[in-house]
Design a protein around this ligand. Structure first.
Ligand code: ADP
Ligand code: MG
Length: 654
């Protein structure tokens, strides 16, 4: 029997204390269907949560089968929640991308039942709620009433003594509400059901007992236990205890740390931590852990979506297998001779390591076929890919050349990495490009691509980034719009429109400001100087108005346009090599207009963009299309064996 003795619950809300429950005395029969009625805010959910062990009472006692819970440990509560209680909520909390059967099976993962038994029991529970024929459907393919029945099956599958339902029909129409009530009534024959509802008619018609609460106190109970019934329940408790049917232990313990981490989930810091954690261990594990504790469903979806948006699945042209390399680095080099263990012997590492580096298996992916596969799948609204994917982005091996005029009126190549390299060269005399080349010649060409594929390249210094396009040719993906607020202007809408991306504090770093032409070179020189010589640096607290930002002038130059035919030599030259040439390119470049300024909104824990200026995929298309038409490319294609810049034949590439 379940008994509440003088249960009080206080919530501290800032300075004030809310007395949510003000002393509740209640006894429940083993098998009955109890409805709880009362106005919003009177303490119904609080009471249900305390009964279910989701929340702790402040005063009084909750007596479970003759046992006081006053000195229950976390482990006891875990056992109670996992084995004695099933929860049903107004929002069904199903995992959308899993089938109905998987959703129900999941509730059994913690109870230490074998996989085959899990499946069998989940099937049985679904049959009990009349869904035996819908096992492989996804929640999205079901009506609200059906989803609530799945939730009931999930609550039932552990065969709990008590089912707690908080407004289970709150989101359903009358007809489907009735179906759900019929099921609850049926299952109340051999267990206790406590249901909070706003619908007195349903309560009247289906439940066996109605309890009314007002302002944290019990005001009415249609069928309290008689003294004789109470004695009978007590006797049954005793019999159970002597029969040794004690509380079962959960096979897996959720310690305090886990409940703490759940509490942290709803703080921003907790979410960010979780997101990066999810990124590192793979999101699936997280989803599983969270889905077991009910009520986190929407949360899981957002986390998955956000994690995938900042760590998207990428498929690259070449794919390198690092496993051999990893193995040697992990020191699992195998013994290469047989000997007794009576002295110290040598095993090889140097050779293995170098050999692994030399022989890394690289395979080429057929991206062309893959792309056409993706395109057809995405057009088919029934396909799994269509349903699972938020957006697809194709990256091409293309250098977007963007120039801008700096505040001191010089034309600069708007690229942080390039400018940073120049700075380092100038101030420290270190040539970063030469270092990269050197490391490539030591470790082979693979080193750089390996670094970048492992996310260690200069990607954090990327200034220009393509926006994830939406479906059906829309320039901006909905997920982006969800993650970012437009603080000024509007999203770009055409190939020659771009948007500035701020961080959550409306800031851009100084290197970026320099690359955008907003910070004079002199200032950056001073910063470099101070840093190199260990001097202090004052923050000059500069700021720019949104209007100024949107008036910035960027020109993109097609890579192919940089090369000009020189009549006198009959060769092509690079216009960027001379100031006049650069000026010519700038004047004739495609003007890019900043249409707006965006900033990740507060609800986004893992924003998608890492760059500071973002352009639409239409610009990429434009550059690709127009590069095809260039003179230099045509000329080079026409004379495939001669380098059009030097007039010399190409080195034999073999
Ligand atoms: P009901 O389910 O009947 O609508 P609740 O049990 O949710 O009511 O809430 C009862 C009272 O306790 C309300 O005044 C509510 O504001 C307060 N309350 C509930 N949960 C908390 C909480 N975590 N912190 C502070 N106050 C709370
Ligand atoms: Mg409530």
């Amino acid at each position: 029997m379940l008994e509440l003795k003088g249960i009080k619950k206080d919530y501290l809300a800032g300075e004030n204390t809310v007395h949510a429950l003000k002393g509740i005395d209640l006894r429940f029969r083993r098998n009955e269907f109890v409805s709880i009625l009362g106005p919003s805010g009177c303490g119904k959910t609080t009471m249900l949560n305390i009964i279910g062990g989701l929340d702790q009472y402040t005063e009084g006692d909750l007596v479970i089968n003759g046992r006081s819970t006053k000195d229950f440990k976390d482990r006891d509560w875990d056992t109670y929640r996992n084995h004695s209680i099933g929860f049903v909520f107004q929002s069904y909390n199903l995992i959308p991308h899993q089938t109905v059967l998987q959703n129900v099976e999941l509730a059994l993962t913690l109870s230490g039942v074998s996989k085959s038994e899990r499946k069998q029991r989940a099937k049985k529970a679904l049959e009990d709620v009349g869904l035996g024929s819908q096992l492989s459907k996804k929640p999205s393919e079901m009506s609200g009433g059906q989803m609530q029945r799945v939730a009931i099956a999930r609550a039932l599958v552990n065969n709990p003594d008590i089912i707690l339902a908080d407004e289970p029909t709150g989101a359903l129409d009358t007809e489907t509400s009735i179906q759900v009530m019929e099921i609850l009534k049926e299952i109340s024959k051999d267990r206790l059901i406590v249901m909070v509802t706003h619908n007195p008619e349903l309560a009247e018609q289906y439940s066996s007992r109605i309890i009314r609460i007002l302002d944290g106190k019990l005001t009415d109970d249609s069928k309290p236990l008689t003294e004789a019934e109470y004695q009978k329940e007590l006797a049954a408790d005793k019999a159970e205890i002597t029969a040794g049917k004690k509380l079962k232990k959960p096979s897996m313990s959720f310690g305090t740390s886990f409940s703490l981490s759940l509490k942290n989930l709803f703080t921003k810091k907790g979410r960010t931590m979780l997101t990066s954690f999810a990124g590192s261990i793979g999101i699936i594990g997280i989803a599983l852990v969270l889905s077991i504790s009910q009520g986190f469903n929407t949360y899981i979806n957002t986390i998955q979506e956000e994690t995938l948006s900042s760590y998207p699945l990428t498929i690259q042209k070449t794919n390198t297998d690092f496993s051999a390399l990893m193995e040697t680095f992990m020191g699992s080099a195998t013994s290469d001779s047989e000997h007794d263990n009576n002295a110290v012997y040598k095993k090889s590492a140097i050779y293995d390591m170098m050999d692994a580096l030399n022989n890394m298996e690289t395979s080429e992916n057929d991206l062309k076929s893959f792309k056409s596969y993706i395109e057809t799948q995405r057009k088919d609204s029934e396909s799994d890919l269509h349903k699972a994917v938020n957006g697809v982005q194709y990256s091409y091996d293309l250098d977007l050349l963007v120039y801008t005029k700096n505040v001191d009126n010089t034309i600069i190549y708007s690229d942080t990495e390039e400018l940073m390299q120049e700075m380092v060269m100038e101030h420290m005399g270190v040539d970063m490009q030469a270092m990269t080349n050197a490391s490539n010649s030591v470790f082979g060409e693979n080193a750089t691509s390996m670094m970048s594929s492992m996310g260690m390249g200069g990607s954090s210094m990327n200034l220009w980034q393509e926006l994830l396009p939406g479906d059906n040719g829309k320039p901006i993906n909905d997920l982006l719009k969800k993650q970012y607020d437009v603080v000024y202007g509007s999203w770009p809408n055409s190939y020659d429109e771009i948007v500035l991306v701020l961080d959550e504090n409306n800031e851009l770093d100084d290197m970026t400001l320099y690359a955008l032409g907003l910070e004079p070179k002199e200032d950056v020189d001073n910063i470099m100087e101070a840093a190199v010589n260990g001097k202090e640096l004052k923050n000059d607290n500069k700021s720019w108005s949104y209007e100024d930002i949107c008036n910035m002038d960027f020109r993109t130059v097609l890579n192919s346009d940089c090369y000009r035919y020189d009549e006198s030599t009959g060769l092509y030259t690079d216009l960027r090599d001379t100031d006049a040439g650069l000026q010519y390119l700038y004047d004739n470049g495609l003007k890019l207009k900043v249409t707006g300024i965006i900033r990740p909104n507060e609800d986004t824990s893992a924003p998608m963009l890492s760059g500071s200026i973002a352009y639409t995929s239409d610009l990429t298309k434009y550059v690709i299309e127009h590069s095809k038409e260039s003179d230099a490319i045509t000329a080079q294609k026409d004379s495939p064996n001669t380098d059009i810049f030097t007039g010399l034949p190409f080195k034999d590439s073999s």
